[in-house]
Design a binder for this molecule. Structure first.
Ligand SMILES: Cc1ncc(COP(=O)(O)O)c(C=O)c1O
Length: 440
């Protein structure tokens, strides 16, 4: 008989982005959550320093969101997404447009950040084609970018471990350099000073391929999953100027920077740069139900609305696009953000967060600290020959000491829920200070 009937057997679930064998020898399990805290299987409280995976922006199990999901599940569980509708998906699209940068007026729904990225890339390619520019098939991403795990996303993405196993990926993709420069920018508070000229690498790529072959450029305004890479002032503005000049669409992947993370509703607001397409997910539903939203300009949307009216304008979509329960969760999430001012609360707390984080300068192994809004990173020197090990040890110790952090490579990333209080920021930082003193 298989051991499948053994209670709590961990073998069947092949966990995502996890060292499965290591995890299953010493599992770390959450069984409940409320506001800023998780509860572990052994009954300990763990302070959430990462908003789950950068998504629980309003904190955990918020009443309005819980109630909306419960009610919706009992009232209309599912409605076909194709050639049928239900009111809440339309209402949610309108509410997203209300808080979005001026000009982004139309929304395509997805179920994740990865699907939002694929959707955005496909809209970009199809838009160029319906405009009569079908030779624009190239997509430009950036080194160290994370755009989810599907084929388009890993193609324009720039993280080698996410790419190397999967063949030739999408063809016709090129990459700009990333902007991370420890030699010049270490311990920057807020935007780092050096590196705006790296935006001109886009001109070099355009000279190489010719603008007439390029459909779109995709970047994260602040690269999150790769370890919090913050652009220098003027960098995104320069990308906007270059893309506009050459008829290339600019896509912002705001899966992390969207919904208040930087102290503004979107990264586009923080930097004062409006893209043609904006990719969102995570904070849209507070992480509670999988959902993403891709926002596009009227110019893009309207270009598709031609031809006979009985013909489907864009052959793309998901069974669960605008799912009723996800839509209800999204509406309740946006209401919670509005009621509590969470889309801008990060701006009030950012100076305190910055000061607290940078107080770790000088602790053992710390080679950089960087921050923007309620995102922070502490980069550690790697153990020679064993990259990732030191930061992972910090992650496990922090969990044992009651604080959830996130690590990527040897970088500790922090992104607490936007309801965090100052004394909880202190707890995260002081726990880390203690841990840094004990790390190998
Ligand atoms: C910038 C960015 N894009 C896309 C994704 C993928 O999102 P998902 O894991 O929901 O597919 C992520 C996830 O962290 C992300 O940070």
């Amino acid at each position: 008989m298989s051991n499948r009937t053994v209670p709590n057997d961990l073998s069947a679930f092949w966990m995502p982005f996890t060292a499965n064998r290591q995890f299953k020898k010493a599992p770390r399990m959450f069984v409940a959550a409320k506001d800023m805290y998780y509860t572990t299987a052994d009954g300990r409280q763990v302070l959430d320093g990462t908003a789950g995976l950068w998504c629980v922006n309003a904190g955990h199990c918020r009443p309005k969101i819980v109630e909306a999901i419960q009610n919706q599940a009992a009232e209309l569980d599912y409605a076909p997404a194709f050639q049928m509708g239900h009111p809440k998906a339309f209402e949610l699209a309108n509410r997203i447009v209300d808080i979005a940068p001026e000009g982004l007026n139309h929304v395509l729904f997805t179920n994740s950040g990865s699907e939002s990225v694929e959707t955005a890339l496909k809209v970009a390619l199809a838009y160029q084609r319906v405009k009569g520019e079908g030779a624009r098939t190239r997509l430009i991403g950036r080194e160290r970018a994370y755009h989810g795990v599907n084929f388009g996303g890993i193609s324009v993405g720039g993280i080698v471990t996410n790419r190397k196993m999967f063949g030739t990926l999408l063809t016709g993709v090129d990459h700009m350099p990333h902007t991370h420069n420890l030699a010049k920018n270490a311990f920057s508070k807020g935007l780092p000073q050096h590196g705006v000229e790296l935006a001109d690498e886009l001109e070099r790529i355009i000279t190489l391929h010719d603008a007439s072959t390029i459909a779109a450029v995709i970047v994260e305004p602040v690269a999150g999953s790769t370890g919090v890479l913050i652009p220098p002032p003027g960098y995104l503005q320069r990308l906007r100027e270059i893309t506009k000049k050459h008829g290339i669409l600019l896509i912002f992947d705001e899966v992390i920077t969207g919904y208040g993370r930087l102290g503004t509703p979107f990264g586009a607001d923080y930097f004062g740069v409006t893209p043609d397409i904006m990719v969102t997910a995570k904070g849209l539903t507070n992480g509670v139900i999988p959902m993403g939203a891709v926002l596009v300009s009227s110019e893009i949307h309207d270009a598709f609305m031609t031809g006979p009216e009985h013909v489907i304008e864009f052959f793309h979509g998901y069974t669960y696009s605008g799912n009723p329960i996800a839509s209800a969760a999204g509406l309740a999430t946006l209401e919670t953000y509005k009621d509590e001012g969470l889309l801008t609360r990060g701006a009030e707390l950012a100076p305190y967060f910055e000061q607290a984080l940078h107080s770790l300068k000088g602790e053992r192994h710390v080679i950089d600290i960087r921050n923007i809004g309620l995102v922070g990173a502490i980069e550690l020197e790697s153990i020679p020959g064993a990259p990732t090990k030191r930061a992972f040890a910090a992650f496990v110790k922090a969990f044992e000491q009651g604080v959830l952090i996130r690590t990527t490579g040897d970088i500790i990333a922090l992104s607490p829920p936007l309801i965090v209080e100052k004394q909880q920021i202190d707890t995260v930082v002081e726990t880390l200070r203690g841990i840094l003193k004990t790390l190998e």
